[in-house]
Design a protein around this ligand. Structure first.
Ligand code: PMP
Length: 363
């Protein structure tokens, strides 16, 4: 079988070692004779699974005790609403930085629940950079950022200082890819289907003093306090996804933790950006200090060549490189589980394609 590399933005590649272990648990969890999928979420086996997953995530991200870790459903998109539902305050605007498509979705949802103040935006340059030096209104209910922009290929290299204003970050496409100081954040959320595990699970890390301050009635499932109190077991959680996430966390720990994987991620991204910066055919238009190390968009000079490249890549086992429909071109998502060898193979293939198509160069 040809080795394929999957550059999908999500759901995306999972580590081989995790898939092998998950396949065992799929049939028989720890010799109990039942599949993980068959276990009651109230069983002692599942309790062990969820507790181990939470403990590993806490170790990996150095999450202090005053933060709760929640394993929820509904995707990051549900957090676009749960954040304002739970953290907005009467008379205070919620501040947002607009860095692309997912920020815009978060902002639109925020507006359903109260006044929103978009304090900075990179829409003026088609989201090719991250705004800097924004002034955060001291009375804002919170500041929301999309720390890594999956479509546009940008990231906040530096996390904004917000003083007493709680900082909320959508980290869906970069959680666990670099070291961050949790104490700078009031709340972090991430859909699992990129760096955590299978789709269907959403991780939320929330400072507990922000929980339970909502005003008015909220649907029970939308309340962080309910989920915190029930330790993610208010209702049936996405059991199998939590199991696989736990395996991913343990895999990451064996790799040396977030610092080690961050180094690997930097190395992978460097291979690709170095090639793009030298290339006469391919280009990436993101401002350099703001380039994502997880999602790398690139183009050739024409749609026709992009299509030709995508077909050639697919024939070579380099899969799901098509850019998001809103952005076009190509995008390589090189999450934690993408090995360096996959990026090297992509670059070799791009190099060859460039030589064969050098008549249509950028210069
Ligand atoms: N935020 C970001 C940064 C994303 O990349 C995505 C999904 N690609 C979402 C939010 C939406 O996530 P979900 O599909 O889990 O709702």
């Amino acid at each position: 079988m040809m080795t394929v590399y999957n550059f999908s933005a999500g759901p995306s590649v999972l580590p081989e070692a995790v898939l092998a272990r998950a396949a065992i648990g799929l049939r028989d969890y720890d010799g109990c004779g039942m599949s993980v999928m068959e276990l009651s979420h109230r069983s002692k086996q599942f309790r062990q699974i969820i507790e181990r997953a939470e403990a590993a995530l806490r170790r990996l991200m150095r999450i202090p005790d005053e933060y709760s870790v929640l394993f929820l459903q509904g995707g990051a998109s549900t957090q676009f609403a749960m954040v304002p539902m739970n953290l907005s305050r009467p008379g205070a605007a919620a501040a947002y930085i607009n860095t692309g498509n997912w920020s815009e979705r978060a902002i639109a949802e925020g507006r359903l629940f109260g006044p929103v103040d978009v304090i900075a935006s990179s829409a003026d340059k088609n989201f090719r950079y991250i705004p800097r030096g924004c002034r955060v209104p001291p009375d804002a209910a919170y500041l929301h950022i999309t720390s890594n922009n999956t479509l546009e290929g940008t990231r906040f290299a530096d996390i904004p200082e917000t003083g007493p204003v709680p900082l909320v970050a959508d980290m869906s496409s970069e959680i666990l890819s670099r070291e961050i100081d949790i104490t700078k954040f009031g709340l972090i959320y991430a859909g699992a289907q990129k760096n955590i595990g299978p789709a269907g699970l959403t991780a939320v890390i929330v400072r507990t003093d922000l929980v339970g301050r909502q005003t008015g009635n909220l649907p029970t499932m939308m309340r962080y306090d309910v989920h915190c109190e029930a330790r993610s077991l208010y209702n049936t959680p996405p059991c199998y996804a939590i199991y696989v996430a736990g395996l991913v966390f343990e895999w990451l720990e064996q790799l040396g933790g977030v610092a080690a994987v961050a180094e690997l991620n930097e190395a992978k991204a460097r291979v690709l950006y170095d090639f793009l910066d030298e290339s006469r055919l391919f280009g990436n238009s993101v401002e350099r200090p703001d380039r994502s190390i997880m999602n790398v968009p690139f183009t050739t000079p024409s749609d026709e060549l992009n299509e030709k490249f995508l077909a050639a890549a697919e024939a070579d086992g380099l899969l799901t490189l098509r850019g998001h429909r809103l952005v076009g071109g190509m995008r390589a998502s090189i999450y934690n589980a993408m090995p360096l060898a996959g990026v090297q193979r992509l670059v070799e293939m791009m190099h060859q394609f460039e030589q064969e198509n050098s008549g249509s160069s950028h210069v």
